[in-house]
Ligand binder design. Structure first.
Ligand code: 6PG
Length: 238
């Protein structure tokens, strides 16, 4: 059993972001040629900002067939979509406003009503859009300093969720309610991409890439055989 994921270490945050954009472009072209579309779940937080800006830049924007790409989010804060805390708002600001992607290809998590109903509704939309296998081509994730990924935080029962594909999570962050993919959904992806930058993440990265059985952090529940970590030297502890 493969115990450590694959990784690509870039010189710095900007280089890592460009490497992620290059892989996104290549993966989208392959998926579209193989099965007519590329289904991706974007990650949130601040790390994806430069990646999104790279995708929107002339180096990549014109080489990607946006009409064949379907966007979801691997987690979302339960805040209005025009909030600066919203992961959808991040992608809209730095990518969607700059590319010709049909609005019908974009599926933000619903953030009205009850978080639980939103999670159930999002799961239904995923099943309807992807089909019964609910297998994304790419699921993108970040990592917190505490080893969380998506909105699957240490000590939360959502980390051990086995049935639901999308869960409502109450966190102790500044946007408490979250909608998050669960590990059963994440680990069905054809490819899991983890973007991680900065020395404050180095301790978690070191644990993930040190062989061992114990799962200290939620992010260690990712299937290593399907995971590719893109990181800068600081996160790699270099
Ligand atoms: C979120 C994210 C979360 C994030 C990590 C890293 O909604 O906040 O999905 O899992 O990826 O917390 O956040 P930074 O990129 O800001 O370090």
């Amino acid at each position: 059993m493969k115990t450590a994921p694959a990784r690509i270490i870039s010189e710095n945050y900007k280089a890592m972001s460009r490497a992620a954009a290059q892989l996104f472009m290549e993966a989208s072209q392959l998926a579209i040629s193989k099965h007519g579309r590329f289904t991706v779940a974007l990650s949130g937080g601040s790390t994806p900002k430069e990646f999104l800006k790279s995708l929107a830049s002339p180096s990549f924007n014109r080489k990607i067939n946006w009409e064949k790409i379907v966007f979801f989010w691997s987690d979302e804060r339960f805040v209005p979509h025009n909030s600066s805390y919203s992961n959808f708002h991040l992608a809209k600001t730095f990518l969607f406003k700059k590319i010709a992607v049909p609005a019908s290809n974009i599926f933000p998590a619903p953030v009205k009503g009850s978080p639980e109903k939103s999670a159930t509704g999002y799961e239904q939309t995923i099943k309807k859009t992807l089909g019964s296998k609910t297998c994304f081509d790419w699921i993108m994730l970040g990592v917190g300093n505490d080893g969380h990924t998506a909105s699957l935080f240490p000590g939360s029962s959502s980390v051990l969720e086995k049935k639901k594909l999308v869960t409502a999570v109450l966190s102790d962050t500044d946007s408490p309610w979250r909608i998050s993919f669960s590990f059963p959904l994440i680990n069905r992806a054809r490819q899991i991409i983890v973007l991680v930058s900065g020395k404050e993440k180095a301790a978690v990265v070191k644990t993930v890439f040190t062989k061992g059985k114990n799962r200290k952090y939620p992010v260690q529940h990712l299937d290593p055989a399907k995971s590719l970590w893109l990181m800068d030297k600081e996160a790699a502890g270099k």
